[in-house]
Write a protein that binds this ligand. Structure first.
Ligand SMILES: [Zn+2]
Ligand SMILES: [Zn+2]
Length: 143
């Protein structure tokens, strides 16, 4: 399954509010981490009736929960909401690895678990990095 290709600009004000813990006093907001300007939907391809979802960093999320940004697009406008969710409990055990891979999505997410979602962009990047490594190794080693 391919990854959903939707992305959104981060609604900055909303994100700052979500990232701020209630204990923060004035001035703390400037110490919020750098936020990615664009967020990619992390779900596998899904239908229009399902919200797009991207995980955000959060200092204030309750223990064991992750902060997610959900959005929908309708009539050219995006609607955002934030929600703290438990991680998906699913873990896949492959023969080749001892630990198993945990799904990085949230509990009861739609579409496939993260290990069944292929991100074409990430694969492309990984291939580039492999090529760089190969070139460095070949170049640095006298034949
Ligand atoms: Zn999506
Ligand atoms: Zn999952």
């Amino acid at each position: 399954m391919l990854q959903c290709t939707a992305f959104t600009e981060l609604p900055e004000m909303g994100a700052r509010v979500a990232l701020m813990s209630p204990a923060d006093g004035p001035g703390q907001a400037s110490e919020a981490p750098e936020l990615d300007e664009f967020l990619l939907c992390e779900l596998g391809e899904h239908d229009d009736g399902t919200e797009h979802a991207a995980q955000l960093w959060s200092a204030s999320a309750a223990a064991g929960r992750d902060l997610w940004l959900f959005w929908t697009e309708a009539d050219g406008r995006r609607k955002f909401r934030f929600e703290e969710l438990l991680p998906c409990p699913a873990v896949i055990h492959r023969l080749s690895v001892r630990e198993g891979d945990a799904c990085v999505l949230y509990d009861r997410h739609p579409a496939a678990h993260s290990w069944d979602v292929t991100d074409p962009l990430a694969d492309l990047m990984a291939e580039r990095i492999r090529e760089d490594v190969r070139r460095d190794r070949d170049g640095g080693c006298p034949a």
